[in-house]
Design a protein around this ligand. Structure first.
Ligand SMILES: NC(=O)c1ccc[n+]([C@@H]2O[C@H](COP(=O)([O-])OP(=O)(O)OC[C@H]3O[C@@H](n4cnc5c(N)ncnc54)[C@H](OP(=O)(O)O)[C@@H]3O)[C@@H](O)[C@H]2O)c1
Length: 444
């Protein structure tokens, strides 16, 4: 009905044009319309109602519909109450057609449609990112070509950051996730510089690597990040002097021994968490980054946590330290992207390790091998962290959780906070009971 404009009195010819258009679209009943259209005088108003009445008698439901909707439109448009009185059949009140309620309902329907489409698109993107696409460090061309095989080896996928023979530096390398990063990067052809506290564990891992990958070189450096000693960082600087560090894995981290209210957090635990997680990461990155900038390539990957995405009551200091890493890493990512360097923060949910105190893997808690493999295979893909730049949640169950939290629930609301709080209160209760039992056993 867009072609009908103005009030009924001044637009008879246009109204009649509409009739003609309706007539052309309609089938039977068109003669009734044609008769009306030929009336075309001031009397058209009356004829108009006659036409409406007449049209109702036609056998064509489509003509009837058209006439009725035109009638609706005209009444709504002209607000001509006389016209309404002339109509010989019941029509909805014109006021209700354009009532605020109807506008709101229409608006909500549009918003609902857009939001549902956005969620669907976002979920498909999540599935593609987690299950289908290779890491963004890999050219998609071979995957899109039917002639080339998409089976690039892990080492080929990681070559973007540095040639064969370049180095990967892994902090917190002797155990858990860090150890697995060291092993998988060695398999991908990187020489490995291993850093953590315990020299004996580092030496054992270095010999495991060289026995598995004979051409791989290793270096070890024992330092305690909690001490934040300049001399340790000077030794680290010496260790990387003259070598091409292509990959930095900022993995070292410390959490609370058990969930604890902030007011009761031991001061040394609080200081260690901030010193290791934040200062350690910043200082190591500052030593490594200038070389990467010079070579215009490299990967700076930092282990984050769901605790950084989601404020975690009773783990407040750890949660805050990981939130710090999230902000810092994303900001750094934007700073150095143009210099050819990939920065990625990986917020993990739980992974079996000494830190998590979980030994048996489950659907939600992978072992370090599966977890690290998912990280290395999807470098540069967001996984479940679509809304956070330079961040990836690649392990499938973690990705779905992170997607749900960031897209549907929200990470800072009272609902996730409440759930998180009662979960940590439960863990604290059990940990305290266990401590009591152990004390009792020792005393006995
Ligand atoms: N496991 C999880 O569920 C989980 C979840 C989210 C995020 N993360 C993050 O993932 C990272 C690794 O965690 P993980 O579970 O693999 O930990 P882990 O199994 O406890 O291993 C920690 C590693 O860091 C080293 N380390 C600890 N304190 C150190 C210090 N003060 N100075 C130097 N090295 C130190 C340890 O070796 P030494 O004892 O020999 O020094 C070990 O190699 C952490 O940043 C953690 O926050 C883990």
């Amino acid at each position: 009905m867009r072609h009908v404009r103005g009030s009924i009195e001044s637009t008879e010819s246009q109204v009649l044009k509409s009739w003609w258009r309706i007539r052309r679209r309609g089938a039977s009943g068109s003669t009734v319309v044609a008769q009306a259209s030929s009336a075309g005088t001031v009397e058209a108003k009356i004829n108009f109602s006659t036409v409406m009445a007449a049209s109702l008698r036609t056998s064509s439901p489509d003509i009837q519909d058209n006439l009725i909707s035109l009638g609706h439109w005209l009444i709504a448009r002209t607000m001509d109450s006389r016209l309404r009185e002339l109509l010989p059949f019941q029509m909805p009140q014109p006021d209700s057609l354009s009532s605020p309620v109807q506008v709101i309902v229409g608006g909500l329907a549009v918003v609902g449609f857009c939001y549902t489409s956005y969620l669907l698109f976002s979920f498909i993107r999540l599935l593609l990112s987690v299950f289908v696409l290779p890491g963004a460090s890999v050219s998609l061309k071979p995957f899109l070509s039917i002639r080339q095989s998409p089976s690039l080896t892990r080492s080929e996928q990681l070559r973007k950051f540095g040639p064969k023979g370049s180095w990967a530096l892994v902090t917190g390398a002797s155990d858990g996730i860090g150890k697995e990063f060291a092993l998988q990067l060695a398999r991908a052809g990187y020489n490995i510089l291993l850093v953590s506290r315990t020299e004996s564990k580092l030496a054992a891992l270095a010999s495991e690597i060289t026995s598995k990958y004979s051409s791989t070189q290793t270096k070890t450096l024992a330092m305690d990040f909690a001490q934040n000693r300049d001399s340790d960082y000077a030794r680290l600087e010496d260790s990387i002097d003259g070598i091409d560090i292509a990959v930095l894995i900022n993995n070292v981290g410390k959490s609370h021994n058990m969930p604890v209210p902030f007011a009761e957090t031991p001061e040394d635990e609080m200081m260690d968490i901030i010193t290791i997680n934040c200062f350690g990461t910043l200082r190591v990155t500052q030593l490594v980054l200038p070389g990467m900038i010079q070579r215009r390539r490299g990967l700076v990957l930092t282990m984050g946590s769901f605790g950084g995405l989601l404020p975690s009551p009773l783990l407040a200091t750890y949660s805050g330290s990981k939130a710090f890493l999230q902000q810092w890493s994303t900001a750094l990512g934007a700073e150095v992207a143009s210099k050819g360097i990939t920065v990625e923060l990986v917020p993990a949910y739980l992974v079996t390790s000494a830190m998590s105190k979980i030994r048996r893997p489950t659907m939600l808690v992978p072992n370090p091998r599966g977890f690290v493999s998912s990280v290395l295979k999807s470098l540069g893909r967001s996984g479940g962290a679509q809304s956070i730049a330079y961040t990836s949640v690649p392990y499938w169950s973690h990705a779905i959780m992170a997607w749900g939290l960031t897209t549907l629930v929200g990470t800072m609301g009272k609902l996730p906070l409440g759930i998180n709080k009662s979960m940590h209160e439960g863990i604290r209760k059990r940990a305290l009971k266990k401590l009591e039992r152990e004390k009792g056993k020792k005393a006995a």
